[in-house]
Design a protein. Sequence first.
Lengths: 289, 294
Amino acid sequence: MQRLSPYLYAAPALIVLGLFVYWPILYSVWLSLHRWDFLMPQPQFVGLRNYRIMFESAQFSNALRITALFTIASIPPMLVLALGVAVLIAPPTRPNRVLRSVFFLPTVMSAVAIGVVFDWMMNSEIGTFNTWLRALGLEGVNWLIDPNLAIYSLAMVEVWKQFGYNVVMYAAGLQAIPATVYEAARMDGATPWQRFRDVTFPLVMPTTFFLLILAVINGFQVYTFVEVMTQGGPARGTEVLLFYLIRTGFEGGNVGLGSAIALFLFAFLIALTLLKMLTLGRKVHYGYD
Amino acid sequence: MATTDIPSGDARVQQTLRTRRGWSPAGVARALFLGLLALVVLYPLWNILAISLADRSSVIATDRTLWPPTGDAYARAWFNVPFPRYFLNSLIVTGVVTIGNTLTAVLAAYAFARAEFRGREFLFLLIVGTLMIPSHVTLIPNYLTFARWHMLDTHVALILPFLASGFSVFFLRQFMRGIPASLDEAARMDGAGTWMILWTIIVPLSWPAIAVVALFTFMGNWNEFVWPLLTTSSEDMRTVQIGLRYLLRDEGEGATPDWPLVMAGTMITLLPLLVAYLFAERHMIRGITMGSFR
């Protein structure tokens, strides 16, 4: 009895995770090797054909390109802004704490709510942004209607949502830099800019790398903003990978191809996660004081 | 002004700025920049509130006036749209998930923190490994699983997959390992069994960590979007997130949304989390920054 009890304690968690996380991965592999839509009575084994269809599909390469654009466009402003702000508000004084809480707020807000309010603000006719632009005598911008622009508008929303998280992570990284290092730099007569360039920037490099990979991981899983604001349009201009996956696997009912897409994205994200773990180890400082 | 025990270099810069009274140009620029950024973050929130209190017809006009405020949109969200139903669904689902997820985590964390058993390392690795697995890969198979069980479009489908998480178990185990084993021993001497020790020693001492796990689970599940979007088909099963999404754009594409109603819905959707953030912001920040090392 006593020897059995640890297993009993761990069982509920293990069963749930096994049933809804590990089993689905195996099931996905099996599904991706079959042709099956909900109309067919029996899945039909097709080998790697779903993967071939995926790689030859113009829609897939479009989705890959759009997702990459979204990710690449959102990362530089997010990281630059976050590091700059973190340097300014790193000392845990009272006003700095308040600012940190304000910047972090979007991180806890639901992506649907954020999508809704930016859908309003980016509305071409009556939205806030164009109202302001017109007030300045400028022409309105088709934020979400221009097929070439829409994905960048969504990237801006991502920056708005994620930047506070990056500030908090950077601030934690900055506080771990020993004061003696700055002391030495000051003794050598380094200007504030030189201190930033030669001390702060290199020493928060592990945090930067961590946040960069995390941003790629998050960027490649963007879905909610697209679903709420643009539905992949206009002209597939915002059809990111996850949106394409769900359109194929659920609305299109092509379970095999959908699973192949899911596993492709899965392999990519796992590779990034492993890279992050291998290169960083314990070098990043987490937490919040 | 509080200062750190180990002031960082930048703390020093700030201090020199502050002692040099009479507002240095750099200090003013810094304050302006940060103030502006805070406005950029807060403006959309203000926008939600302002438009939710506006009159439906005046919002669409280009020369809109948002004064005087009216609570009309909230009344319509509550009485004309089944938002109370969405809210109830979210409360049920998130409530059960938060309690259930925390409970499975407490039990598992206790076993991994205290007991010696065969396969312990491997099983723990399996649990922590789920932190690396992106949820999208489980969507299609889990959908098919619930379809086979004839349980799509039920509360069960919205609850069951979230009843355990690698983060919760990991976080609680780390905390429980810090509780001195001598306390267990003392209780054992007094004749307490493992079950008694868990509830009389470990759980009372783990409250801070349990609170973080519960809060983090609550937040994640309240905001959950993709899974309920895919598995609910009837209006009666929608959570607030799904209800809000359909409030903005129902099947009839191209129609102009009823913006005050949409924003009132947004406000209702955000409210529980905003309140929680107001009271437990530091715990939420800690939970999120810790949770993202996956």
